[in-house]
Design a protein around this ligand. Structure first.
Ligand code: SF4
Length: 183
Protein backbone atom coordinates (compact mmCIF):
# COMPACT_ATOMS: atom_id res chain seq x y z
CA UNK A 1 0.00 0.00 0.00
CA UNK A 2 1.29 3.49 -0.82
CA UNK A 3 1.95 5.82 2.13
CA UNK A 4 -1.44 7.59 2.11
CA UNK A 5 -3.68 4.60 1.33
CA UNK A 6 -4.82 6.02 -2.01
CA UNK A 7 -6.15 3.22 -4.22
CA UNK A 8 -5.20 3.61 -7.85
CA UNK A 9 -6.13 1.66 -10.98
CA UNK A 10 -3.84 0.90 -13.94
CA UNK A 11 -6.20 3.02 -16.08
CA UNK A 12 -5.52 6.02 -13.81
CA UNK A 13 -1.78 5.52 -14.26
CA UNK A 14 -2.24 5.48 -18.03
CA UNK A 15 -4.22 8.74 -17.85
CA UNK A 16 -1.47 10.26 -15.65
CA UNK A 17 1.14 9.42 -18.30
CA UNK A 18 -1.02 10.97 -21.02
CA UNK A 19 -1.79 14.16 -19.06
CA UNK A 20 -1.45 14.64 -15.26
CA UNK A 21 -4.01 17.44 -15.37
CA UNK A 22 -6.57 15.18 -17.04
CA UNK A 23 -6.00 12.62 -14.29
CA UNK A 24 -6.63 15.19 -11.55
CA UNK A 25 -9.72 16.63 -13.29
CA UNK A 26 -11.12 13.13 -13.91
CA UNK A 27 -10.86 11.89 -10.35
CA UNK A 28 -10.93 15.00 -8.14
CA UNK A 29 -13.85 16.95 -9.61
CA UNK A 30 -17.58 16.27 -9.81
CA UNK A 31 -17.55 16.30 -13.61
CA UNK A 32 -17.65 12.71 -14.93
CA UNK A 33 -17.96 12.95 -18.72
CA UNK A 34 -19.22 10.03 -20.77
CA UNK A 35 -17.90 10.45 -24.28
CA UNK A 36 -19.01 8.71 -27.46
CA UNK A 37 -15.64 6.98 -27.55
CA UNK A 38 -16.34 5.48 -24.10
CA UNK A 39 -19.78 4.21 -25.18
CA UNK A 40 -18.33 2.78 -28.39
CA UNK A 41 -15.44 1.19 -26.48
CA UNK A 42 -17.83 -0.54 -24.07
CA UNK A 43 -19.84 -2.00 -26.96
CA UNK A 44 -16.70 -3.28 -28.71
CA UNK A 45 -15.40 -4.81 -25.47
CA UNK A 46 -18.56 -6.90 -25.14
CA UNK A 47 -17.85 -8.50 -28.52
CA UNK A 48 -14.15 -9.34 -28.22
CA UNK A 49 -13.55 -13.00 -29.22
CA UNK A 50 -11.39 -13.94 -26.22
CA UNK A 51 -11.21 -17.65 -27.04
CA UNK A 52 -9.95 -16.89 -30.55
CA UNK A 53 -7.35 -14.44 -29.21
CA UNK A 54 -6.24 -16.92 -26.54
CA UNK A 55 -5.82 -19.54 -29.28
CA UNK A 56 -3.51 -17.24 -31.26
CA UNK A 57 -1.40 -16.69 -28.13
CA UNK A 58 -1.19 -20.43 -27.45
CA UNK A 59 -3.41 -20.22 -24.37
CA UNK A 60 -5.42 -23.16 -23.07
CA UNK A 61 -7.94 -21.22 -20.96
CA UNK A 62 -9.18 -17.62 -20.79
CA UNK A 63 -11.23 -15.57 -18.31
CA UNK A 64 -12.57 -12.10 -19.12
CA UNK A 65 -13.33 -9.08 -16.90
CA UNK A 66 -11.17 -10.24 -14.04
CA UNK A 67 -11.36 -8.13 -10.87
CA UNK A 68 -7.94 -7.78 -9.22
CA UNK A 69 -6.86 -6.03 -6.04
CA UNK A 70 -3.53 -5.64 -4.28
CA UNK A 71 -3.43 -4.14 -0.82
CA UNK A 72 0.34 -4.27 -0.92
CA UNK A 73 0.60 -1.85 -3.87
CA UNK A 74 -2.65 0.09 -3.34
CA UNK A 75 -3.78 -1.08 -6.77
CA UNK A 76 -7.07 -2.36 -8.06
CA UNK A 77 -8.55 -2.90 -11.49
CA UNK A 78 -10.67 -4.93 -13.86
CA UNK A 79 -8.45 -6.72 -16.31
CA UNK A 80 -9.85 -7.34 -19.81
CA UNK A 81 -8.75 -10.98 -19.79
CA UNK A 82 -6.46 -13.48 -18.16
CA UNK A 83 -5.03 -16.23 -20.35
CA UNK A 84 -3.36 -19.42 -19.25
CA UNK A 85 -0.21 -20.28 -21.23
CA UNK A 86 1.35 -23.52 -19.96
CA UNK A 87 1.30 -23.07 -16.19
CA UNK A 88 1.34 -19.25 -16.27
CA UNK A 89 -1.66 -16.89 -16.13
CA UNK A 90 -0.97 -13.77 -18.19
CA UNK A 91 -2.90 -10.50 -18.59
CA UNK A 92 -4.43 -9.38 -21.87
CA UNK A 93 -5.42 -5.76 -22.41
CA UNK A 94 -7.53 -4.78 -25.42
CA UNK A 95 -7.04 -1.40 -27.11
CA UNK A 96 -9.09 0.04 -29.95
CA UNK A 97 -6.22 2.16 -31.25
CA UNK A 98 -3.51 0.67 -33.42
CA UNK A 99 -0.55 2.63 -31.99
CA UNK A 100 0.68 1.35 -28.63
CA UNK A 101 3.00 3.51 -26.55
CA UNK A 102 4.48 3.87 -23.07
CA UNK A 103 1.15 4.59 -21.25
CA UNK A 104 -0.41 1.34 -22.51
CA UNK A 105 2.76 -0.66 -21.77
CA UNK A 106 2.97 0.65 -18.19
CA UNK A 107 -0.77 0.05 -17.67
CA UNK A 108 -0.38 -3.57 -18.81
CA UNK A 109 2.70 -4.06 -16.61
CA UNK A 110 0.64 -2.94 -13.59
CA UNK A 111 -1.95 -5.56 -14.48
CA UNK A 112 0.86 -8.13 -14.54
CA UNK A 113 1.95 -6.96 -11.06
CA UNK A 114 -1.67 -7.26 -9.87
CA UNK A 115 -1.89 -10.81 -11.25
CA UNK A 116 1.42 -11.75 -9.60
CA UNK A 117 0.32 -10.37 -6.26
CA UNK A 118 -3.10 -12.04 -6.45
CA UNK A 119 -1.91 -15.48 -7.58
CA UNK A 120 1.48 -15.41 -5.85
CA UNK A 121 3.21 -16.56 -9.05
CA UNK A 122 5.53 -14.69 -11.43
CA UNK A 123 4.19 -13.29 -14.70
CA UNK A 124 6.80 -13.15 -17.46
CA UNK A 125 4.65 -11.85 -20.29
CA UNK A 126 1.52 -9.81 -20.98
CA UNK A 127 -0.34 -8.99 -24.19
CA UNK A 128 -1.85 -5.85 -25.68
CA UNK A 129 -4.35 -6.73 -28.37
CA UNK A 130 -5.36 -4.18 -31.02
CA UNK A 131 -7.67 -4.68 -34.01
CA UNK A 132 -4.62 -5.40 -36.17
CA UNK A 133 -2.10 -7.26 -34.01
CA UNK A 134 -1.10 -8.77 -30.69
CA UNK A 135 1.79 -7.00 -28.91
CA UNK A 136 3.87 -9.17 -26.61
CA UNK A 137 5.14 -7.28 -23.54
CA UNK A 138 8.03 -8.94 -21.69
CA UNK A 139 7.60 -8.22 -17.97
CA UNK A 140 11.17 -7.53 -16.87
CA UNK A 141 12.44 -6.38 -13.49
CA UNK A 142 13.24 -2.91 -14.81
CA UNK A 143 9.78 -2.54 -16.38
CA UNK A 144 8.20 -3.54 -13.05
CA UNK A 145 10.35 -0.95 -11.20
CA UNK A 146 9.44 1.75 -13.72
CA UNK A 147 5.72 0.95 -13.46
CA UNK A 148 5.79 1.09 -9.64
CA UNK A 149 7.68 4.40 -9.70
CA UNK A 150 5.07 5.87 -12.06
CA UNK A 151 2.33 4.49 -9.79
CA UNK A 152 3.85 6.52 -6.93
CA UNK A 153 3.92 9.65 -9.12
CA UNK A 154 0.24 9.09 -9.95
CA UNK A 155 -0.63 8.93 -6.24
CA UNK A 156 1.30 12.17 -5.66
CA UNK A 157 -0.75 14.00 -8.30
CA UNK A 158 -4.02 12.68 -6.87
CA UNK A 159 -3.07 13.88 -3.40
CA UNK A 160 -2.39 17.46 -4.53
CA UNK A 161 -5.07 20.04 -3.64
CA UNK A 162 -4.82 21.69 -7.07
CA UNK A 163 -4.46 20.23 -10.57
CA UNK A 164 -1.12 20.26 -12.40
CA UNK A 165 -0.78 22.93 -15.10
CA UNK A 166 -2.21 22.24 -18.58
CA UNK A 167 0.09 20.34 -20.88
CA UNK A 168 -1.12 21.08 -24.40
CA UNK A 169 -0.71 18.18 -26.80
CA UNK A 170 -2.58 16.50 -29.63
CA UNK A 171 -4.66 14.70 -26.96
CA UNK A 172 -6.37 17.99 -26.06
CA UNK A 173 -8.46 17.75 -29.24
CA UNK A 174 -10.38 14.73 -27.93
CA UNK A 175 -10.01 15.41 -24.20
CA UNK A 176 -13.40 15.50 -22.38
CA UNK A 177 -12.11 18.44 -20.30
CA UNK A 178 -10.99 20.60 -23.23
CA UNK A 179 -13.83 23.13 -22.79
CA UNK A 180 -12.78 24.30 -19.37
CA UNK A 181 -9.24 23.00 -18.91
CA UNK A 182 -7.71 26.43 -19.53
CA UNK A 183 -10.26 28.47 -17.51
S1 SF4 B 1 -7.31 19.68 -22.51
FE1 SF4 B 1 -5.19 18.96 -22.79
S2 SF4 B 1 -4.01 19.86 -21.09
FE2 SF4 B 1 -6.19 19.96 -20.58
S3 SF4 B 1 -6.59 18.14 -19.37
FE3 SF4 B 1 -7.12 17.69 -21.47
S4 SF4 B 1 -5.28 16.76 -22.37
FE4 SF4 B 1 -4.67 17.81 -20.47
Amino acid sequence: MNHNNTIVTPVMVKVYLQCPRQLWLSYKTWYKPVTQAMVYGKKIHEKIPWNEIAGKIGGSEVKSNVVLESERYGLRGVLDALVRVSEEWRPIEYKHQTVIGRPEKIQTTLYAILVEDTLGRPVTKAYIVTPVRIHHVKITGSLREKALRILEETVEVLEKPLPPLPRPSKLCKTCPFKNYCYI
